[in-house]
Structures are given as C-alpha cells and as structure tokens.
Design a protein around this ligand. Structure first.
Ligand SMILES: NC(=O)c1ccc[n+]([C@@H]2O[C@H](COP(=O)([O-])OP(=O)(O)OC[C@H]3O[C@@H](n4cnc5c(N)ncnc54)[C@H](OP(=O)(O)O)[C@@H]3O)[C@@H](O)[C@H]2O)c1
Length: 264
C-alpha cells in the first residue's frame, strides 16, 4: 500500500532540536518544523527577541562541553527522546587577513562552535536514536567547505570541511542502525545579520544597500541566480530532509547556493 504523506502535519509526534534557533536560518528552520507539527526546542546563548510560545528555549553556550551536556540532559529529561537534531549553530568570528593573523585561540574557538558542538550533541543524542532504530541528524555546513575564502574565513571554511567529512563518516556508521545523517551546505543566506552587514558596507563605502549586496555577491565569484538565499528557502530544504518523504536519503550533502559553486 502506498504511504500517504500529510505535508502540514508530517512531523506530528516528533521531538526536534534546532541549535542557534533564535535568529537567522535556525529561526526559520525551527518555525518550519513547528509548522509541520513537531515539538521544537531551540538553543542559543541569549533568549530569542521574538517570543513564540510554540518554541521551547534552552539557554546554553554550545562552544563549551558543559553547554552541550546541559542541552542533552535537559532535552532527554523533559521530553524523554529526540527524533530530529538540526546542528545549525555555526559562525566565523575571526579576523580577516590570512594565515598570519590567526592565533591558536581563533582556530580553537571556530572549531569548537562549528565542529565540536555538533560532534558532542550527536554523541549525546545518538544512543537513544540507535536504541529506537530511528532518528535524523542534519549538519548545516557551508559551500565554504569546498570553496574556501582564505582572506576572510580560513578557520571557518576548514571547520566546515571537517564537518562535511565527519557527517559522511557518521552516516556510514549509524545508517545501518536506522539513523539518517545528512549535510546541508548553503551559499550566502540573507539573514538579518547579513542585511546589517550589507547596510554597514553601504554606509562606509557611500553606496546603496543593493550595490553593497552586489559587492558581496561579486566577492563570492557571483551568484548565478542573482540573489542570496532567503532563510526560509534553506528551512524548506531541511523540512523536507527530516520528513518521512526523504526516508531513503542518508550520507549525502545538499548544496543550496543559487548556483554559486562554479564546478560540478
Ligand atoms: N548566513 C550565511 O550566509 C551562511 C552561509 C552558509 C552557511 N551558513 C551556516 O548556516 C548556519 C546558520 O547561520 P546564520 O547566519 O543563519 O546564523 P545567525 O543568524 O548568525 O544566528 C546564529 C545563532 O546561533 C546562536 N549562537 C551563536 N553562537 C553560539 C554559541 N556559542 N552557543 C550557542 N548558540 C550560539 C545565536 O544566538 P546567541 O548569539 O544568542 O547565542 C543565533 O541563534 C551556520 O551553521 C552557518 O555557518 C550561513
């Protein structure tokens, strides 16, 4: 008999966690999973500015082992299970200027947030997924894992490349146990912070926000589709990947970049 999918309520009964779910892409992903009927928990260091009674917030600094441990313990104590883990947190806060300006601290902090946080959360949540023989883990990486920008985001690109590699390894290990593991690699996403960055460039270089946006796209080598992604477009891909409609997908990477990566 053919399975019938109810797109609007297809995650009903599922418990999902979205890291960095208070802003930008994570916020859009959390809302998308909530719309599909999941119970959604979000984490960040600070409370969300926009209150949404449907989203359950756990405060934690996930760049530290204590933070990831607290999230794992809180979620499993309060909800008894986790079905969907979206490792969305990731950032680049190191100075530009290439290898010579980067300190050990820059490298370690970037690897902590972009690679170790997902590794620790996966390790904390996988045992109960394996025990039930089901679960989905998403790693939000970046096209920079393949298209590094050495002058601006060298440690970030290296950490994302590591995340993509780790995601594949983990899938090889746990897919036979019923857990799907996938990578989503976005290009430039027009989040609120991206908009602010374009505004800052516009002000400092006396240009319009549109011209500043175009200059960022040019620095990426151009975006064939002509604009950055909306956070909701990335969220829609994640919403599909965690759903039963994607039941045979595991171990693969999905690039969502409007054509930015110029090679196959
Ligand atoms: N934006 C892009 O153009 C782009 C492109 C490719 C890939 N990505 C990837 O997409 C993902 C989302 O990026 P985004 O730009 O949408 O993020 P964002 O708007 O900068 O939001 C970051 C989120 O993570 C939280 N966060 C930051 N540091 C944290 C920490 N140490 N512990 C816990 N939470 C922390 C923030 O809240 P608090 O500050 O309150 O903690 C916030 O909720 C990341 O993995 C990023 O690498 C983004």
């Amino acid at each position: 008999m053919e399975q019938e999918f109810m797109f609007n309520n297809e995650l009903s009964g599922k418990v999902a966690l979205v890291t960095g779910g208070t802003k930008g892409t994570g916020q859009a992903i959390a809302k998308r999973l909530l719309q599909a009927g999941a119970t959604v928990i979000i984490t960040a260091r600070n409370k969300p500015e926009e209150s949404n009674p449907g989203l359950h917030f756990v405060a934690a600094d996930l760049s530290r082992a204590e933070g990831t441990q607290r999230v794992v313990e809180t979620v499993l104590a309060d909800y008894s299970r986790l079905d969907i883990l979206v490792n969305n947190l990731g950032s680049s806060e190191t100075p530009g200027g290439g290898f010579a300006v980067l300190t050990d601290e820059d490298w370690v902090s970037t690897i902590q947030a972009n690679l170790l946080a997902p590794v620790r959360l996966d390790r904390g949540f996988l045992p109960q997924m394996i025990e039930r023989g089901s679960g989905v883990i998403i790693h939000i990486a970046s096209i920079q894992g393949k298209l590094p920008l050495y002058d601006s985001t060298l440690p970030y690109a290296a950490a994302k490349a590591g995340l993509i590699n780790y995601s594949k390894s983990l899938s090889n290990e746990v897919s036979p146990k019923g857990v799907r593991v996938l990578t989503v690699s976005p290009g430039w996403i027009f989040t609120t912070s991206a908009k602010r960055m374009a505004q800052r460039i516009a002000e400092s270089a006396s240009m319009t926000v549109e011209q500043a946006t175009q200059s960022i796209m040019d620095a990426l080598g151009g975006i064939p589709y002509g604009r950055p992604a909306k956070p909701e477009e990335v969220a829609e891909l994640v919403g599909f990947l965690v759903s039963p409609r994607a039941g045979y997908l595991t171990g693969t990477e999905y690039i969502i970049d409007g054509g930015t990566v110029p090679t196959i």
